[in-house]
Design a protein around this ligand. Structure first.
Ligand SMILES: NC(=O)c1ccc[n+]([C@@H]2O[C@H](COP(=O)([O-])OP(=O)(O)OC[C@H]3O[C@@H](n4cnc5c(N)ncnc54)[C@H](OP(=O)(O)O)[C@@H]3O)[C@@H](O)[C@H]2O)c1
Length: 229
């Protein structure tokens, strides 16, 4: 059996990626703070999905580790959870910066550290960090997304560093810099904008990438966007 852990599975891209991972034959541990939403995900996904109420900004990982002790390995970790605060740079407070970096950078970093023994036990593990085109060097930038985009750029860089440090441990680490996808996050940030991609379509792509791409890529930050540039 192959095991996957995915954060931000209560809605949007994470919800659909978790469903798709189950359909692709994985046992999935789905994380988020919203237990009701995770219960609904389990109703759709069935026996091969387990869930845990989990706040990425808290450092106590014991409940998570208890679950992983049963699996004994993790083949795929998808750091999908994200926080977007849409505010002009001049208005951003230190609390805003802390909140965004805690969810988008420090949360994934903590989780990757905690999961390291289980990833190593896989022998061929894949960490997929969900970045953003906003954090991709040279991409079009949008007003209001400074903290969000900077945090995603940092996550992309962390991806490259982890890949280098763990390249001999059977753990690959890649980052997908996503373009616009129809979700609550995007609707809140850009009201009225209709993105070309559904979360179901993106979830299917991420699930396929997570299961296969570590044989072809390591330490890569890949734009997933049909827009130009
Ligand atoms: N949608 C887009 O156009 C787009 C474009 C580029 C990149 N992305 C990235 O894709 C990922 C998914 O985005 P989405 O659009 O599906 O977002 P979304 O609908 O807003 O969902 C965000 C997810 O993150 C989780 N989350 C937020 N804070 C958390 C915390 N402190 N602890 C645990 N989980 C937390 C939420 O779970 P709970 O609230 O239930 O805890 C939720 O499941 C994000 O990383 C986002 O930056 C999205």
């Amino acid at each position: 059996m192959k095991y996957a852990v995915i954060t931000g599975a209560s809605r949007g891209i994470g919800f659909d990626t978790a469903l798709q991972m189950v359909q692709n034959g994985y046992h999935v541990l789905a994380l988020s703070r919203n237990e009701d939403a995770l219960r609904q995900l389990k109703e759709k996904a069935g026996d091969e999905l387990d869930y845990l109420k989990y706040d990425l900004t808290k450092t106590d990982c014991r409940p998570l580790i208890e679950k992983l002790e049963v699996y004994r390995k993790v083949d795929v970790l998808i750091n999908n959870a994200g926080l977007l605060i849409n505010k002009a740079f001049q208005e951003l407070t230190m609390e805003d910066w802390d909140a965004v970096f805690d969810v988008n950078l420090l949360g994934p970093a903590r989780l990757i550290q905690q999961l390291r023994p289980y990833l190593e036990a896989s022998g061929a593990a894949h960490i997929v960090n969900i970045g953003s085109m906003g954090g991709f060097q040279g991409s079009s930038k949008f007003p209001g997304l400074a903290a969000y985009s900077a945090s995603k750029a940092a996550l992309a860089n962390l991806t490259e560093c982890i890949a280098e440090e763990w390249k001999d441990k059977g753990i690959a680490c890649n980052c997908l810099a996503l373009g616009a996808v129809q979700t609550e996050m995007l609707a809140a940030a850009f009201p009225g904008f209709e993105p070309p991609m559904t979360s179901t379509q993106m979830g299917a792509y991420i699930a396929h990438f997570a299961a296969n791409a570590h044989h072809f890529y390591n330490g890569k930050v890949l734009p997933v966007s049909a827009s130009t540039p």
